[in-house]
Design a protein around this ligand. Structure first.
Ligand code: AOS
Ligand code: ZN
Ligand code: ZN
Ligand code: ZN
Length: 424
């Protein structure tokens, strides 16, 4: 199924008068409204291929209907999201969950839908059928050199796939760690991880980057070899200029000040980008902004300020991606909600009067500084997002259009009610 522009436009026409009222009212209040809209139009967030199907928990998986059964169908689903929100123009593949064997036709399909390929992800946290050696006790940090070598070669193979598709970054998340005190020597584990990553790094093409994701626990529950931003940053520094730290919002212990981490990584030129999601307890991978939208906004405030300070383009300066898992919702609806939440936080951050904020900080005017941030956060910026989407040819109300066009029902017709997507 594809959604064409005319259909979206026709539905927009009905919603337009009320949109225009709300937009004009808000635009009146903002001096640089045009600049903000242009920035919103330029801002895209990559969709992870593994988020297009229903995830599961260790207790079970309740699959939805009409889920993508192949890489082609995953790309088509991202095409649907992009046709509705005009803010999801790329897909991030996870190999070997996705095997892009026929790169030219995969690329052609993507570009026909206005999409390109974001970072490619390697997978050394599971054993694949026919795999020679097991990752039960880790991959890049394994005590057995042969296992490390197998994991290094897998990462290099992922780079090769990515090159054929036009990706320019390898995203590495390791499950390596330990479950019990004494199980491994921390220093050795770190050192072997570094050596393995150095081999992968050496295989990166000139214009490529390697993004190192950290996570404090799960699947290992005593230690994780790349457990926090310090460990990731240490590796990234030792590896070189092409290596940087990827921040997955769910990969922090409760109440961590993520915005401060983000600010410093950005200052050091070591912020690779994000895996956006939200959580109440840990790596919950819930819809972005559903639990703590204020934190998300504070992160975006640091990003806008920090990217501007380094003269980096907001849209392309770092990597923007969602990492989510849906157990009870339609994955496409969830992703539409997540993209919206990210853009809301971004638009609010663009409203912050940075000059006034700096002045308040210099005067130690704490209440004023706090008011400036809260004022922007308390502004309902949704009409700005809708206006940006409208101008870019998307839907004023993406989720409503998804439902009124009965997209899921159509996908179920096409693909069947009992579909099991590849991946999680
Ligand atoms: C795992 O917790 C990480 O968030 C990774 O990014 C992982 O590759 C992805 O979530 C797919 O499982
Ligand atoms: Zn992640
Ligand atoms: Zn996560
Ligand atoms: Zn995660």
């Amino acid at each position: 199924m594809q959604i064409n522009k005319e259909t979206v436009q026709n539905i927009n026409n009905d919603a337009f008068p009320s949109h225009q009222r709300r937009f004009n009212y808000l635009a009146d209040e903002i001096n640089n409204v045009e600049t903000i809209i242009q920035k919103l139009i330029a801002f895209n967030i990559a969709i992870p291929s593994w988020a297009l199907g229903t995830g599961g928990t260790r207790f079970g998986r309740f699959s939805g209907g009409g889920e993508p059964r192949s890489l082609e169908e995953k790309i088509e689903d991202v095409g649907l999201i992009h046709a509705l929100n005009r803010s999801s123009n790329s897909i991030s593949l996870h190999i070997p969950w996705d095997i892009p064997d026929n790169a030219p036709s995969i690329k052609a399909l993507a570009s026909q839908l206005g999409l390109h390929f974001d970072a490619v992800n390697s997978n050394t946290f599971q054993d694949q059928p026919n795999q020679a050696l097991s990752y039960k006790f880790g991959s890049l940090h394994h005590v057995d050199k042969a296992v490390r070598q197998q994991a290094v070669e897998h990462n290099i193979e992922v780079i090769k796939y990515g090159e054929e598709l036009g990706s320019t970054a390898l995203s590495v998340w390791l499950a390596d760690g330990s479950n019990f005190p004494g199980q491994l020597n921390f220093r050795n584990a770190f050192q072997t991880t570094l050596e393995s990553l150095q081999q992968v790094y050496a295989a990166l093409p000139d214009d490529w980057k390697i993004w190192i994701e950290y996570k404090p626990y799960e699947p290992n529950f005593y230690s994780t070899t790349i457990g926090d931003w310090g460990q990731s940053y240490l590796l990234a520094n030792k590896l070189g200029a092409k290596a940087s730290t990827l921040v997955d919002l769910g990969h922090h212990l409760p109440n961590t000040n993520i915005e401060q981490i983000v600010s410093l990584l950005l200052m050091e030129g070591k912020l690779a980008g994000f895996h956006f999601n939200d959580s109440k307890y840990g790596d919950d991978d819930l819809t972005v902004g559903c639990i703590n939208p204020y934190q998300l906004y504070l992160i975006f405030n640091e990003l806008v300020e920090g990217l501007d300070a380094r003269n980096l383009n907001h849209a392309t300066g770092i990597g923007w991606m969602i990492d989510a898992s849906h157990n009870v919702k339609d994955p496409v609806e969830d992703l539409l909600q997540s993209v919206e939440a990210i853009k809301i936080a971004y638009a609010q951050a663009l409203l912050v009067d940075q000059d006034k904020l700096k002045q308040a900080q210099l005067n130690n005017d704490v209440a004023r500084a706090q008011e400036i941030l809260q004022h922007a956060y308390r502004t309902d910026v949704r009409p700005l997002l809708a206006e940006a989407r409208l101008r870019a040819g998307g839907a004023l109300q993406p989720l409503e259009v998804f439902r009124s066009l009965k997209v899921r029902e159509n996908l179920i017709q096409e693909r069947g009610l009992k579909t099991v997507t590849t991946g999680l």
